[in-house]
Design a protein around this ligand. Structure first.
Ligand SMILES: C[S@@+](CC[C@H](N)C(=O)[O-])C[C@H]1O[C@@H](n2cnc3c(N)ncnc32)[C@H](O)[C@@H]1O
Length: 280
């Protein structure tokens, strides 16, 4: 039996509070993370115009707050976790990017009622806030479109079901041995990791790209971009380390990798799916 959604979000808040500064290192500590950062950065660079007013949801410790500032946006920085939000403010204060932040505030992606219709040019929810909204992902997304001006964009990334299964197969098989094959069937059908049992660990809802696209359409948006994160860089870490050590080859690899991630045949193949959608 699944826990209620609100309890699940409370569980997620405690998880990210407890994670503390480790979240900052997720996109820097290994090659896969660094490639993921690059895939996210390049998508974002194509979406933001100088002067845009942005609502950043689930901002975490601030990797993309710095990016938004560098792209010339003004940002309302938010997160469900007061600890992550405080870490974000700590990193931004005293930096050049500080002047681009309008304010920091705690926000659940499912509860955007405090903002006016269409007050933002762009809403950004990178790193899975919609994956942590569980059954309320559709309502949450509708709320994100409501606060975005017509013609503006909602962008984000969610956890990918098929790519996560493939990338972490040994761990998935172990989990299934513990939780049972019926639970594993349910996870593969619904993407909801809570079927494996939570026990203080990480839970989220993973998506198939077709389900994500349907969710976006149902919430009043039109998909303008989809991308995996990552593709070839989910392969052999030793091979990748050798490539990364050679700046010329690495630059070429990244070009190929970012392009491959955006191919329809690859979109479900990474651990995350990135999207950008226009508010119709
Ligand atoms: C994996 S981190 C991503 C941080 C940052 N956006 C990035 O991509 O590097 C996910 C963040 O989403 C936040 N989060 C989780 N559930 C949320 C919710 N329901 N509403 C808003 N933020 C949420 C977490 O507290 C955490 O800071």
């Amino acid at each position: 039996m699944l826990a209620m959604t609100i309890e699940s979000r409370e569980h997620v808040r405690r998880y990210f509070d407890g994670l503390g500064d480790a979240e900052w290192h997720r996109l820097a500590g290994d090659v896969r993370g660094r490639v993921s950062l690059e895939v996210h950065r390049r998508l974002l660079a194509g979406l933001v115009r100088p002067g845009d007013r942005v609502l950043e949801v689930g901002a975490g410790p601030g990797r993309f707050t710095f990016e938004l500032a560098a792209l010339g946006a003004t940002v309302v920085v938010t997160d469900l976790s007061p600890v992550q939000l405080a870490l974000n403010e700590e990193r931004l204060r005293g930096s050049e990017a500080e002047a681009s932040v309008e304010r920091w505030e705690v926000l659940d992606v499912c509860d955007t009622g405090r903002y006016a219709d269409g007050e933002f040019d762009l809403v950004l929810a990178f790193g899975g806030p919609l994956s942590y909204a569980f059954e309320q992902a559709g309502d949450a997304l509708r709320g994100l479109f409501r606060v975005t001006r017509p013609g503006g964009l909602v962008a984000g990334s969610v956890m990918s079901l098929l790519g996560t299964w493939r990338t972490f197969l040994p761990g998935v098989v172990k989990l299934a041995e513990r939780a049972g094959e019926d639970a594993n069937d349910l996870v593969l059908r619904t993407g909801d990791l809570r079927h494996m049992g939570v026990e203080g660990g990480h839970v989220c809802r993973m998506f198939r790209s077709a389900d994500l696209a349907a969710l976006i359409r149902g919430a009043g948006g039109e998909v303008v971009a989809l991308s995996a994160s990552n593709w070839a860089s989910l392969g052999d870490p030793d091979v990748l380390a050798a490539l990364e050590a050679d700046p010329g080859r690495w630059a070429r690899f990244l070009e190929h990798e970012v392009a491959a991630c955006r191919e329809p045949g690859a979109v479900d193949g990474g651990t995350h799916i990135l999207f950008a959608a226009r508010h119709l």
